[in-house]
Design a protein around this ligand. Structure first.
Ligand code: FE2
Length: 294
């Protein structure tokens, strides 16, 4: 049995003080949005409670599907590296970036420098998609974070990354591994225009052609499950989690994370989803448990 914990969108708080030269364009609108709204949603104490609960569950591996940062200040990447290092060593934690991490054009280089070890493949090489093998599980990490204009939170994978994803999933389909795809944006074509994954329709075609066993995402800050079409009439669950730092009482779900217990083998995989999150009493407890496989 392999246990994977999945959390997303920690949006680390408090936001470090920006330098004046950093506050223009998209960072400026994002900073105003943080001060007016988002700082009342994302709470370091709630995130610490979620992380502490993950540690008590002793998962074999942890997946983080992006949005560690808020407006991609240089100091947020240093803060993010400290948070990642406290979460676990890079070999036990797999990260994919979100739109708030790649908020502006210089941010991809910051992320690679400070968080690269958590996004590298098994040969310690950077780039997306990456492939990390752990026990009977193959983790395939995608980057959908791209700089966009103010007020947009769209994502984009691009033809090159999607072609490499197709080749990777195809190669893995002949191996005895449970294939888990990690991406920040949900792979849905119905999402609101301003925050959708622009090439979700191509991603869905790749999954339909080559298959995967599970797709994990964040971005919408909600518990979500969508069933994607896989090859030969199969269905692939795409599961989203709330922000791991969200206070209760907002218009999104309170902080939570999911555990996946993977057992069985090819043709007979078994995967149980256990959802744990903040209760009204402010503790982290199990909220839901069900089999994702038949
Ligand atoms: Fe987010």
């Amino acid at each position: 049995m392999f246990t994977l914990a999945h959390l997303s969108d920690p949006h680390l708080a408090p936001l470090p003080a920006p330098q004046w030269k950093e506050l223009f364009g998209k960072r400026l609108t994002g900073y105003i949005n943080w001060q007016k709204k988002r700082r009342f949603i994302h709470d370091a104490e709630k995130l610490a409670a979620i992380v502490a609960d993950i540690k008590t569950q002793k998962p074999d591996h942890i997946a983080v599907t992006g949005d560690i940062a808020n407006i991609a200040l240089a100091a947020e990447f240093r803060q993010g590296r400290d948070w990642l290092e406290a979460l676990g060593p890079a070999k036990n934690v797999s990260l994919v970036p979100g739109n708030h991490d790649i908020y502006v054009s210089e941010a991809a280089a910051f992320a690679a420098r400070q968080w690269g070890a958590y996004m590298n493949d098994d040969e310690d090489v950077g780039g997306f998609p990456y492939l990390r093998r752990r026990d009977n599980v193959a983790l395939v990490g995608l980057s959908s974070g791209v700089p966009t204009a103010p007020f947009l939170a769209t994502g984009w994978l691009g033809a090159k990354q999607l072609a490499e994803l197709a080749a990777t999933l195809n190669r893995l389909s002949t191996e005895k591994v449970f294939r888990i795809v990690l991406i920040h944006h949900p792979p849905t074509t119905e999402s609101a225009q301003h925050k959708r994954l622009m090439d979700a329709h191509v991603l869905k075609r790749v999954i339909a052609a080559h298959g995967a066993d599970l797709l994990l995402h964040g971005h919408d800050h909600l518990h979500m499950i969508n069933w994607l079409e896989g090859p030969n009439g199969t269905r692939v669950p795409a599961v989203g989690v709330p922000s791991a730092s969200a206070r209760p009482g907002t218009d999104k779900d309170p902080a939570a994370y999911n555990l996946y217990q993977v057992g069985g083998g090819p043709g007979a995989w078994q995967c149980e989803l256990i959802s744990r999150g903040l209760t009204a009493a402010g503790e982290v407890a199990e909220q839901k448990r069900f089999m994702l496989t038949d």
